[in-house]
Design a binder for this molecule. Structure first.
Ligand SMILES: NC(=O)c1ccc[n+]([C@@H]2O[C@H](COP(=O)([O-])OP(=O)(O)OC[C@H]3O[C@@H](n4cnc5c(N)ncnc54)[C@H](O)[C@@H]3O)[C@@H](O)[C@H]2O)c1
Length: 428
């Protein structure tokens, strides 16, 4: 058997995502060699170097420095924060790299479409990090739907429970709280869902409507006397779900992704850090504009329709798919109630089939992080770029659904996706 081609990986942005990808890639030395990374932060570069397990690993201070070099790798991982994706991805494409691009593709639809055009013009491959596609769970659901076991898909309902603490951490206090500086919630968190749902239905989405807003994380919901920061002596601290002091205790793993010294700092040092950091703020007194609940109604070319609900106040993803022969229920709730990840009920016989999925693929996102890196090699070497699974052209369509949902939520109108794409495409 011939040895597979080793793909050289480099990264712009050494945060939690690049660390995860480097960690998994380093475990697959037949497929990958990690050669370089760029970040302003020396400690993060050092961590990337350590994860690379490559003595010849090269460090750069930023995107400009790494891109000033001749092409160093086959694939550039773009894992800076959302607002930089478009600039960093465009520059890396022009330099000759194929990309592993973190979602979102860009923070607005005109830039999403422009990046797609650039990649096509240059003939480059871009795989978008829609990690859920690479989980054993969703691959099994896809296999069942594609097998025809459910008959024709008529409708679905799906939910994503962000979970209250996660909402507070990421979408009230954190990077994605002010949508004007990052992306709307339906893109920042739920572009995974529009991607997965359109993949399962296997038909283009034609129109969308959406409702949602901020119901809880706002000043009029604050406990009486709550100060601007948890570190300022809040009278509700003992009972508040969002007390920032939990970063020192049961929520410490969240601290590790935002504070480089989380593992070594003393409690006093962490409290001192919380006094000035965004993550020490009272969740009821932030500048957040990201919604804490949203529903989306979708109409597909096949005639199928579906609903999706994102809420801060549930946990995990659930999906129910209703076909002409059977219905499928899958996800966290089903797992808890039925002891299997997927349950199928036949309409004719009412026979119930439980399908267990081996979720032990390791790593975050239900095995999707590891699955993505496992598949990246094969995806990049597929003879035809159009056969790549979460390619840029395919991901553009599910981003389009998210941006259209946001347009609908804001305007109160139903959005026709073709018209929306044509209108926004003209802006670039
Ligand atoms: N696929 C997923 O499921 C998933 C999950 C979480 C986050 N994300 C996305 O991944 C991206 C990265 O998230 P993260 O949590 O790793 O972010 P992070 O903030 O931990 O890391 C980003 C890094 O980029 C560096 N950086 C900023 N400007 C730079 C420049 N000009 N040159 C080089 N480095 C620069 C920062 O110093 C930082 O270390 C975000 O866009 C986020 O939305 C995706």
């Amino acid at each position: 058997m011939s040895t597979p081609k080793r793909l050289r990986l480099a990264a712009i942005g050494c945060g939690s995502r690049t660390f995860i990808y480097f960690e998994w890639a380093a475990k697959m030395p037949d497929h990958y060699e990690i050669v370089a990374a760029a970040d302003h932060n020396a400690a993060r570069r050092a961590k990337a170097r350590a994860l690379s397990q490559n003595p010849a690993f090269r460090e750069f201070n930023n995107d400009v420095a790494i891109l000033a070099e001749p092409r160093l790798a086959d694939i550039m991982i773009i894992a800076t924060q959302d607002a930089y994706h478009f600039a960093h991805a465009s520059a890396a494409l022009r330099k000759g790299y194929d990309l592993l691009l973190e979602k979102p593709i860009a923070t607005n639809l005109p830039e999403v479409l422009a990046l797609d055009r650039l990649a096509r013009e240059l003939g480059r491959r871009v795989l978008v990090c829609h990690v859920l596609r690479y989980t054993p769970f969703y691959r099994k659901v896809k296999e069942i739907v594609a097998s025809g076991a459910l008959g024709r898909v008529v409708s679905f309902e799906a939910t994503e429970g962000v979970e209250a603490w996660h909402q507070g951490h990421s979408f009230v206090r954190g990077h994605w709280s002010v949508t004007e500086k990052s992306t709307p919630m339906i893109i920042a968190k739920s572009c995974h869902d529009t991607d997965i749902l359109s993949w399962l239905v296997d038909s283009p989405c034609e129109s969308i409507s959406s409702f949602g807003g901020i119901l809880h994380f706002r000043a009029d919901q604050a406990p009486a006397g709550a100060p601007a920061r948890c570190t300022d002596g809040c009278p509700a601290a003992a009972t508040c779900l969002y007390d920032a002091h939990r970063y020192l205790g049961d929520q410490k793993r969240w601290l590790e992704v935002i504070f480089d010294r989380a593992k070594t700092a003393t409690d006093d040092e962490i409290v001192a850090w919380l006094r000035t950091s965004p993550w020490g703020r009272c969740v009821y007194h932030c500048d957040n504009t990201a919604v804490d609940h949203q529903t989306v109604n979708m109409n597909f070319a096949s005639g199928a329709t579906g609903t999706f609900t994102m809420t801060a106040f549930s946990q995990g993803r659930d999906v129910a798919i209703f076909g002409t022969k059977a219905r499928l229920l899958a996800g966290e709730r089903v797992q808890r109630l039925a002891g299997a990840e997927i349950v199928i009920e036949d309409h004719a016989t009412h026979a119930i089939q439980r399908v267990a999925v081996d979720l032990d693929a390791g790593g975050g996102h239900g095995g999707g992080d590891a699955g993505l890196i496992r598949m990246l090699h094969a995806e990049m070497l597929k003879p035809r770029a159009e056969d790549m699974e979460s390619s840029l052209p395919i991901s553009v369509e599910s981003h389009l659904m998210g941006f259209a949902a946001e347009e609908s939520r804001r305007s109160g109108r139903t959005i026709n996706l073709a018209d929306f794409k044509a209108r926004l495409g003209r802006l670039t």
